[in-house]
Ligand binder design. Structure first.
Ligand code: UDP
Ligand code: MG
Length: 427
């Protein structure tokens, strides 16, 4: 017998919550369903939990086997959902993520409304959102209420709170040649992009009952992805959900060993947490370990160095050492004395010289990299260009927005402007 409901569960490395998501489908009071567990090549822990449930003949499991370096190229959950939709046989389609649970009457209630109202093709319900701390303890919760019949549900309805007919999905397929748009521009709001397709055919019909619960931890994708620019500026310390810290150096990610992190005088408060797919986008560069003290050309850029004997301080950029001309120059660009790394005289001599960094004035010709400037707007210096940077992006990147280098507009005209660092979200 064909199932009535096809549920599509997308999964990636949420070993703590994937089990309860699956169990919430098993606990449905309406048993005539099939479940597609679409796993995006999760870690062993997560896959191990999924495998416990595969004896149930209603459950299908697919692993995308995606390479990490490919993740950022598509809105992954949309790609996974599309794969499941090609196989789903149910009269109705519904979605959940690995950090969500359905209440047990969800299928029955939604199917009843869809069955009894032939003109209704899409239903949505209320959702409880529980915000958790790093230990999984609940901080607070909110309820996302239904807001009547919706023609513009973007941003108002989560994809874990809807059910639609198979038929309307097929209409979308005929029109667009596919179901969900998995263009990476929609990472943040892939559901909204699909809602725009759905509402060309029919409205979202409300069921004013809570039928699912979403859990948001500090590592939630939405949280980590918010305000992240398309490309991360060189000199940014980043960290995915695992504990490794990287520096973006020449647009590669270089892993930093914990001991060297201290020796290079980096600050843990500056590490920016980002989602996996955007970390893996960067090619892995040379590991930063003790070797860098034997060969300074392996040092990451944007560090201050000095020999133990001489007072001269240098800033590394473009893999060259740039003498900081005087104390005023040091202060003008907000360099910190406690961030200077001591290296041997001999190694220092081997590192090629770049142009010296002069004190801030309208006469200067070279800018130190990675400095935050502000006149009316914020700018970050890279490669002697000033890149406009949105304030919320600068905040996300842990740049010193409360203590930038203040400049006047005449200064701005001296340097070329580079590509802006913006936060783009497309509806
Ligand atoms: N996801 C995926 N591949 C990835 C990253 C995420 O398939 O590389 C899926 C994940 O399984 C989830 C969905 O994308 O179903 C949305 O992510 P998440 O639940 O982390 O977003 P959040 O609700 O935490 O903001
Ligand atoms: Mg989620």
């Amino acid at each position: 017998m064909a199932p009535i409901v096809s549920a599509i569960l997308t999964s990636y490395n949420k070993s703590h919550t994937i089990g309860q998501a699956i169990e919430s489908v098993l606990a449905q009071t309406m048993g005539n369903w099939e479940l597609f567990i679409m796993d995006d090549n999760s870690n062993e822990e997560t896959v191990g939990i999924i495998k416990r449930y595969l004896n149930d003949p209603r459950i299908y499991y697919f692993n995308s086997n995606i390479q990490d370096s490919e993740r950022y190229k598509k809105t992954r959950y949309a790609t996974l959902i599309n794969g499941a939709l090609l196989k789903a046989k149910g009269k109705y389609i519904t979605y959940l993520t690995d950090d969500n649970i359905f209440l047990s009457e969800r299928f029955r209630v939604m199917v009843d409304v869809l069955k009894q109202n032939r003109q209704v093709e899409i239903v949505y319900s209320q959702q409880i959102v529980r915000f958790l701390d790093e230990n999984g303890k609940m901080q607070y919760e909110i309820t996302r209420n239904t807001k009547g019949i919706l023609n513009k549900p973007a941003g108002l309805v989560d994809h874990c709170s809807i059910m639609h007919t198979r038929e309307i999905a097929d209409k979308i397929f005929r029109k667009h040649g596919g179901y969900w748009d998995d263009d990476p521009a929609y990472w943040f709001n892939g559901d909204a992009a699909f809602w725009n397709r759905l509402t060309k055919f029919n409205s979202f019909y409300p069921i004013p009952k809570t039928l699912d619960i979403a859990f948001k931890g500090p590592e939630s994708f939405q949280k980590l992805y918010a305000h992240l620019p398309n490309s991360i500026p060189n000199g940014t310390l980043v960290k995915g959900p695992s504990s490794e810290i990287y520096i973006i150096d020449n647009q590669e990610r270089r892993k930093i060993s914990p001991e060297i992190f201290e020796k290079l005088k980096y600050d843990h408060n500056q590490v920016v947490k980002i989602p996996d797919p955007f970390l893996f986008k960067y090619k892995e560069g040379i590991f930063i370990d003790d070797q860098i003290f034997l060969n300074l050309t392996l040092l990451p850029n944007q560090r201050l160095i000095k020999s133990p004997e001489h007072p001269a301080v240098y800033y590394i950029q473009n893999n060259k050492k740039h003498l900081i001309k005087n104390e005023k120059a040091f202060r003008d660009f907000k360099f910190q004395w406690n961030q200077i790394v001591i290296v041997s005289d001999q190694l220092l001599a081997e590192l090629p010289d770049g142009l010296p960094i002069e004190a801030l004035s309208n006469e200067i010709t070279i800018l130190p990299d990675g400095v935050l400037f502000h006149d009316e707007f914020y700018y970050i210096s890279l490669n002697n260009h000033l890149h406009p940077i949105e304030e919320r992006v600068a905040v996300k990147l842990n740049l010193p927005v409360t203590n930038p280098v203040r400049i006047g507009s005449s200064f701005l005209t001296k340097f070329k402007q580079g590509e802006p660092f913006n936060w783009k979200i497309v509806f």
